[in-house]
Structure formats: structure tokens, C-alpha cells
Design a protein around this ligand. Structure first.
Ligand SMILES: [Zn+2]
Length: 402
């Protein structure tokens, strides 16, 4: 049955501009808002199935008592081992046995992806409650499906964004700081991927999505360091909004064309050699450097080289991985590297949205040279000169990368 839905859904993906899913029906955000949000959940259903990770289920226990006191008859279930076909089968049986009329996902990206896809299959509403700012999964009409071992298999375009998104900053603040760092990596990828695949689009909505991706990048470059220094502060909340909400808006408005390119394709490949060694946004952040390296090596694109140097500096400041070693893959064999690259280059991979062809050997070379110094003379100097930068980035073509 899962395979059947997959087929129907992939047909919908190609028509995504006719059926845009831009935003959740309602977003509630603030501090200590979980209590107030219960009444919004009860408008959607009163027999929820709660999908979460094992750890989050414990954290969420207080909240569950609250649901109970409001008369909601819930069951809770873990999505482990992963957002996989086998987990989804088990959860679907549980939901049907409970006669669930709404799904509540509480947790990180994988818990929320599982909750959304389950609700989609059952054709009932879904509520997303992110417990970290590591991805924009709480917002989007998209779920990634993995193997039980955590290897990326495929993504599914859903009929709509969640019916309700509850963003509670206090809950987000309980997550390790590294999750927000990863979220920054995943969100900043929007610019590098959207601009390379859609930077020359004439379509109104796509132009708008690409420009919002640029704004998102600027917000993250300007505010991330301050946000990470003062969790819970106003600037920290702005960065959380950027990674959880604005990143989702861009995916919604831009549709499938504007979503992922090489950075996510490299992430997908890496999940086949390191299922749980690092989290999504960390692999994506590294994937951005690989993508820029490809543009540099295969197109001689000096703006890509400049952008890579800027990002390396930014990554050092906030602690994002710059090379395989930083992802715990310092001892990767040539064979494993090839396996990851081969998956990233599969015929249906998003890497083919790059405006040039990539050979296996070229991708492998880019993957091991993300921190290479810039070869062309003059680029390092221009980095230090704001006036040069403005000049360099003012042309329409170069805006794509700057
Ligand atoms: Zn992502």
C-alpha cells in the first residue's frame, strides 16, 4: 500500500505548481504556549495518535497530561527505528486500532516527517510540535523516507502543509545547541540550492522564493553568532523563526523546483555510509561546500569559490562541519566514498538540477576538497574588501551567488 501511495504521490510532484502547498493552516508561536494550544488541537480531533522519538516521549509527558485533562483520548507511539516504511506500517495499524482522528508529531525532523506522512496516508489532520530548530520539517508538505538503518530512500510530496504548527520557544530551547547549528546549515542551503537551480527563472513565485532565500541567508549570516551566544533571547528567536518558518515558506512558494540540488543530494548519499553519525543539517551544510566546489572546478566559477571561502569562515564561527572528518568520516574508505557519490548521482537525484553534468570522479574529488584554498589569484584579496564585494556582487548573474 505504501508503494501504491508513493506512485500516486510522485505523479502529483510533477504538477506541484497547480497544487501549491505553501503554509500550515495555522501557526502558533511564542513562549509557554503549549497549554493554550490544546484548544486548537481539539478543534481538529479528540482521539490523537502522538508520534515521537523515545526520548521526546519522556520529555513530553507533562504535555500529555495536559491533553488528557482537556478530554483528549490519545495514544502515543515511537517512530523508531526511523521514518521508514516498516515504522509507518506499525503506526498506521496503531492509528486505525485507536480510531485516531488527528496525528500529533512531537520531536525533530524525522518524527515530524513520520507524523505528516502517516496523517497523509490516513487522510486525517496533522499537528506538528518541533522540539528543536534543526529543520523546517514542521512547516513543509514533504516527508523524507529512510531505511530502518537511516539511509535516505525517497521523498514524498504531501497533499498539504500541516493543519497546525505549534512553535514553543521554551520547548526548542531544551534541545542541544548543536540542533540549532544544524538547522542554520539546512536553512542557509536554500539560497545556494535555489539560486543555482532557479536563479534565472522568469516565474513570479520562483523569483520571489529565490529572493526570500537570499534574505534568509543574510539573516543567518548576520544573526547566527549572536543567537548562539544567547539562547532564548530575541535574536535567538529570530534565528529559530528563520530555520523553522522562513525556510519552510521558501520551499512552499518555490515548490519542488526550488527545493534541493547538490547539497541535499550529497546529504542523501552520505546517509548510505553514515546513518546516524551526524544530523541532517550538518551533512547538508557540508553538501553546500561540495556543491560550490563543483561549480568552482567544473565551471571555473570564481563567485562560487568566494562563496565557499565566506561559508568556511561562517562555519568556523558557529561550528558547522567543513569536511568529511568533521562528520565523523575521517576514516572513510575510497569504496565508501564512491558508494555515497554513486547514490548522489542516481538518475533521479536532485544533483542533476545543476546546470552542468557531474561525473563520479568529479563528485568524489569535490567531496574531499571542500576546504581547498582558492587557486585563482585575487579572490582572497577581494574577500577582505567590502567595496570590491559590492561591485562584484552587483551584476545580475553574480547576485545568484553573492
Ligand atoms: Zn534539508
Amino acid at each position: 500500500m505504501l508503494n501504491q501511495s508513493k506512485k500516486t504521490l510522485s505523479a502529483k510532484t510533477s504538477n506541484s505548481f497547480l497544487t501549491l502547498s505553501i503554509a500550515p493552516a495555522k501557526v502558533i508561536r511564542g513562549s509557554q504556549i503549549l497549554n493554550q494550544a490544546v484548544s486548537y488541537i481539539s478543534r481538529l480531533g479528540n482521539r490523537p495518535l502522538i508520534v515521537s522519538g523515545n526520548k521526546t516521549l519522556d520529555i513530553a509527558d507533562n504535555y500529555l497530561e495536559l491533553l488528557e485533562s482537556e478530554g483528549l483520548d490519545f495514544v502515543k507511539s515511537s517512530y523508531t527505528p526511523d521514518c521508514s516504511e516498516s515504522s509507518l506500517e506499525i503506526l498506521r495499524d496503531k492509528a486505525q486500532a485507536h480510531e485516531a482522528d488527528v496525528i500529533i508529531g512531537i520531536g525533530g525532523g524525522k518524527a515530524l516527517d513520520t507524523a505528516k506522512l502517516l496523517a497523509h496516508h490516513l487522510e486525517i489532520p496533522v499537528v506538528t510540535i518541533p522540539t528543536s530548530a534543526a529543520t523546517c520539517a514542521a512547516w513543509t508538505a514533504l516527508s523524507n523516507v529512510y531505511s530502518d538503518e537511516g539511509a535516505f530512500l525517497y521523498d514524498v510530496a504531501l497533499d498539504s502543509c500541516p493543519d497546525l504548527l505549534i512553535l514553543d520557544y521554551d520547548l526548542i530551547q531544551t534541545a542541544p545547541q548543536s540542533t540549532l547549528v544544524a538547522g542554520i546549515g539546512d536553512a542557509i542551503a536554500k539560497w545556494y540550492e535555489a539560486s543555482v537551480s532557479s536563479g534565472h527563472s522568469e516565474q513570479t513565485l520562483i523569483i520571489s522564493a529565490v529572493q526570500q532565500a537570499r534574505i534568509l541567508r543574510d539573516i543567518l549570516l548576520q544573526k547566527s553568532v549572536a543567537a548562539l551566544q544567547s539562547p532564548g533571547s530575541e535574536v535567538w528567536q529570530e534565528v529559530v523563526d528563520a530555520t523553522v518558518l522562513l525556510a519552510g515558506v521558501i520551499g512552499g512558494i518555490g515548490g519542488a523546483q526550488c527545493r534541493t540540488v547538490a547539497a541535499h543530494a550529497v546529504h542523501n548519499g552520505l546517509t548510505h555510509v553514515c546513518g546516524s553519525g551526524s544530523i541532517h543539517g550538518e551533512k547538508v551544510a557540508y553538501g553546500i561546500l561540495v556543491q560550490l566546489r563543483l561549480e568552482e572546478m567544473l565551471q571555473g566559477n570564481q563567485l562560487a569559490a568566494t562563496a565557499r571561502q565566506q561559508l568556511l569562515k561562517f562555519y568556523t564561527e558557529i561550528g558547522l562541519p567543513q569536511k568529511l572528518d568533521d562528520l565523523g568520516l575521517g576514516n572513510i574508505t575510497l569504496k565508501q566514498l564512491q558508494k555515497a557519490a554513486e547514490f548522489a548521482l542516481q538518475p533521479n537525484s536532485d544533483i542533476h538540477r545543476l546546470p552542468f553534468k557531474v561525473a563520479l570522479e568529479q563528485l568524489m574529488a569535490a567531496m574531499v576538497s571542500t576546504t581547498a584554498p582558492v587557486e585563482a589569484s585575487g579572490i582572497s584579496n577581494s574577500l577582505n574588501s567590502p567595496s570590491n564585494q559590492t561591485k562584484k556582487f552587483s551584476g545580475s548573474k553574480s547576485q545568484r551567488k553573492a
